[in-house]
Design a protein around this ligand. Structure first.
Ligand code: HEM
Length: 433
């Protein structure tokens, strides 16, 4: 019975969405932001461009969000204290709490009330971020280079003598997961399990078609991950060690700092942020290069250009397409009034293609100078793992180009994942030649 009600609710939601899309098209001379349409999933950039030219802060009734696609506004909103990440402060929180209670999700409810830095405003954000940053100094990350190379070689050795292989399954997925697990001091045997959990988890974050089953999977995975970290942290309390979890525990022992719930949230964030994004960067990057064969061939002979090519890939085909901010109070912005708690979809992908930020933004050019992008965020929440992600991707590209200089893409039109926050491929078949 419960399932039938859920199905009916989904059906009504979908129908309502379609009605709102028709209404938006009627109002906007045929245009609507339709995040469920196959055209949008294939190419969201044309839509973002139209939105930007219509209104840089565009209200989309079907998503209940104000979408911001202009670089200046995006940077300002990501930096300015008038815009907050802490959804506990706004009316939206009541609905979320009610929903989690109804669904019997005690652990999720507890985490909602004790979120990770991604969902914290100052002063808590600054306090915890400082601690987390200790584990991510450029010096420490650079010291991981030879281990990362070894991991890449192990992954690629397994493709030896194969006529074709899936880049995502063989390298893009395992590499960042192995690296972050090592950094956190988690055993290798747990790798597949927490990769599965983190994939399931993402189905509720921007998962376009998340139905009742996917939502249940996502929530189960979230709770399993929290239980997993709880166990690891308790096990390690008396013997913390020098890895990332050990550092978090010691920081707590020293008196100030993290409580246990803050530690769970931090571990969960690092695990998910640390590998789902980099997986997509490697996949999106290689795909984009395959689609621009002249530049691909040039890059294979000019490794020194790889770091710039990675920045251009980040700008052109970013793994994270959007993030959310709320109006901290009743505010006036761009001459318009917004009520406290108004949610804004900050379109990273839209801003990166703003012609006022980058000339000819729809052209992919690995030699582009002064690349401007916000794909690692901007302001106080800017990505902590940017150096690690860049290094993993650079080393992965170098190894792939060295081993398989004649590689080809087998499926010319692979399917983009149906998620409007995380953009990337689940599979990318390569012929090594
Ligand atoms: C290509 C790979 C990556 C991309 C595209 C990416 C993107 C982002 C973005 C856009 C934000 C800001 C979100 C916001 O302002 O709402 C962010 C924050 C963050 N990222 Fe990354 N990230 C990547 C890799 C990593 C890695 C490898 C780690 C760690 C292992 C990591 C850890 C974090 C953390 C902890 C934050 C939160 C910072 C804060 O709230 O202060 N990310 N990332």
């Amino acid at each position: 019975m419960k399932e039938k009600i859920k199905k009916l609710r989904n059906y009504i939601f979908f129908k309502l969405y379609k009605v709102l899309i028709s209404f938006e098209k009627f109002r906007n001379k045929g245009f609507a932001l339709d995040i469920l349409s196959p055209d949008f999933i294939k190419d969201p950039y044309t839509t973002y461009s139209t939105m930007r030219s219509k209104k840089p802060i565009y209200y989309s009734a079907p998503t209940f969000l104000y979408w911001v696609t202009k670089m200046d506004f995006v940077q300002e909103m990501l930096r300015d204290k008038k815009f907050s990440v802490d959804d506990r402060k706004y009316s939206i929180a009541k609905r979320r709490r009610r929903e989690l209670i109804k669904d019997g999700r005690e652990i999720m409810l507890d985490q909602f009330d004790n979120p990770s830095i991604l969902k914290l405003d100052p002063p808590d954000h600054s306090r915890i971020r400082k601690l987390v940053s200790y584990g991510f100094t450029n010096r420490y990350i650079s010291s991981l280079e030879s281990e990362i190379k070894e991991t890449i070689n192990d992954c690629l050795d397994r493709t030896h003598n194969k006529d074709s292989f899936d880049l995502i399954d063989s390298l893009a997925k395992p590499l960042p997961a192995i690296v972050i697990a090592k950094m956190m001091g988690l055993p290798k045997e747990d790798l597949t399990q927490f990769q599965n959990w983190s994939e399931d988890l993402l189905q509720e974050v921007g998962g376009i078609s998340s139905n009742a089953i996917q939502r249940k999977q996502a929530r189960d995975a979230y709770e399993e991950l929290i239980r997993y970290f709880e166990k690891k942290i308790i096990e390690r309390k008396d013997n913390p060690g020098e890895d990332f979890i050990g550092k978090l525990i010691q920081a707590e022992e020293e008196g100030d700092k993290l409580n246990v719930k803050e530690m769970f949230g931090t571990c969960l964030l690092l695990l998910v942020a640390g590998h789902e994004t980099t997986t997509r960067l490697i996949g999106n990057g290689l795909y984009t290069l395959f689609k621009h064969p002249e530049q691909f061939n040039y890059l294979k002979d000019n490794f020194e250009l790889i770091p710039n090519a990675i920045e251009e890939i980040m700008r052109y085909e970013p793994p994270v397409h959007a993030t959310v901010r709320f109006a901290y109070d009743d505010i006036i912005y761009d001459d318009k009034k917004f009520k406290k708690g108004t949610p804004f979809a900050i379109s990273i992908a839209g801003a990166n293609r703003d012609p006022s930020a980058n000339k000819n933004p729809n052209e992919f050019d690995i030699k582009r100078e002064n690349i401007k992008h916000v794909s690692f965020g901007y302001g106080p929440h800017m990505c902590i793992g940017a150096h690690l992600a860049r290094m993993e991707t650079k080393l992965a590209f170098e190894a792939l180009f060295e081993r398989f200089p004649k590689m080809e893409l087998l499926d010319n039109e692979p399917e983009w994942g149906r998620n409007f926050i995380f953009r990337g491929f689940d599979h990318l078949q390569i012929k090594p030649n």
